[in-house]
Write a protein that binds this ligand. Structure first.
Ligand code: GSH
Ligand code: FE2
Length: 355
């Protein structure tokens, strides 16, 4: 069964796509700052990242390709004409990238940049157009070897020739649109659809007068290295106090086994109501008990210098406690995965359990 997800990076309005089959995943256009989120989703869905694909050498954000390869061992693939160094696979027109029993096929769609590729799913039900074709728009052609006539030809010959029902997913959208189709863009794309000629298009593109992307001076050199930062310090910081895992929901978690072995090294914060802490589930030895509703007023009872592990019955109220403590200035924080229910089910030590 095909798994498909569309993720968004708000600062750059970039879409990252996850495609997976039979446990093997591809990511198209991952963003450096979102690598941790993408890794969390892959873990939660039980997928192995086989490769990251770029639609082009981006000018507005740094790719997560290098970081994901370093963390997950994925291959880096992108177009051979883009001039990037350090990829595992340089793709040419017609090349296939397999995942599980499925594959994407690369189509060269230069014009926004000379290395732009559109990736078409094997059954032509969806295609990932990068910045060649945006929803009712298209990528600019005023830098990175941009060429309006080449873009016109690419879109007409390589994208508009796909079936009308083929869904199109772009690399960006600046209006909140998420998906379109070949038939729709052929008719309604104001720059390239309908009766627009190549001359009309080229003249319009010469007069866009857009400011350069804010990140361009950082992004292009980094993306020519497939997203490898110039210095190690540029790597996203990892929490050092314990083996925390990040969830796609955006929460740092710690596992019960580690907590049992390190109870003396952290503050356990139990945010259940008083009566629950001496109910059937009991509480973790040494836990500080502050009900969630009282936490904003009583956060000062906790030591900011020492890690805090929040716990409740199931892990839901304690996740909110982590959010509140972060707002109060705490940074060594984690939620106990599975809460007291899992703690007790796995027979970790409890006090005051009353049946
Ligand atoms: N304001 C954005 C500009 C983004 C931009 O120029 N995007 C390129 C794609 S890399 C584009 O082609 N935009 C087309 C458009 O805005 O119509 C930024 O600073 O990042
Ligand atoms: Fe672009």
């Amino acid at each position: 069964m095909l798994i498909f997800r569309q993720m968004f990076d708000p600062p750059s309005c970039t879409y990252t796509y996850l495609l997976a089959d039979s446990g093997q995943a591809l990511l198209i256009d991952p963003v450096f700052e979102q690598a941790r989120r993408e890794e969390a989703l892959l873990t939660e869905l039980g997928l192995r990242l086989v490769a990251t694909l770029e639609t082009h050498v981006h000018a507005d954000h740094v790719t997560g390709a290098w970081l994901l390869r370093r963390r997950l061992g994925s291959q880096i693939a992108l177009g051979d004409a883009g001039g990037a160094q350090g990829a595992d696979r340089l793709l040419a027109h017609g090349d296939r990238v397999p995942f599980g029993t499925r594959h994407l096929q690369a189509r060269a769609t230069p014009g926004h940049t000379n290395g732009c590729l559109t990736y078409v799913l094997d059954d032509e039900s969806m295609a990932f157009t990068g910045d060649a074709l945006l929803i009712r728009g298209c990528g600019r052609t005023d830098f990175q070897q941009g060429d309006a006539l080449a873009l016109y030809r690419s879109v007409h010959e390589q994208i508009f020739t796909l079936p009308d029902a083929c869904l199109l997913y772009p690399a960006h959208d600046y209006n909140g649109f998420t998906v379109t189709s070949v038939g729709e863009e052929r008719r309604f794309n104001p720059r390239l659809g309908g009766q627009v000629s190549r001359e009309d298009f080229a003249a319009a593109m010469r007069n866009l007068r857009l400011a350069h992307p804010k990140q361009m001076d950082v992004a292009v050199p980094a993306n020519l290295r497939c997203g490898q930062p110039a210095q190690e310090q540029a790597l996203p910081p990892e929490p050092a106090w314990g083996p925390l895992t990040f969830t796609f929901a955006g929460m740092w978690e710690i596992q019960p086994q580690w907590l049992e072995e390190h109870l003396g090294a952290v503050q356990v914060l139990d945010v259940r109501e008083q009566e629950e802490c001496c109910g059937p589930l009991g509480h973790i030895p040494g836990a500080v008990q502050i009900p969630l509703g009282q936490l904003p007023a009583r956060a000062a009872e906790l030591d900011q210098a020492r890690p805090v592990v929040a716990v409740c019955r199931s892990g839901s109220r304690s996740a909110q406690a982590v959010v509140l403590l972060r707002q109060a200035g705490f940074d060594k924080l984690a939620n106990l995965a599975g809460g007291m229910l899992r703690w007790q089910a796995e027979r970790h030590p409890v006090e005051d359990a009353r049946t």
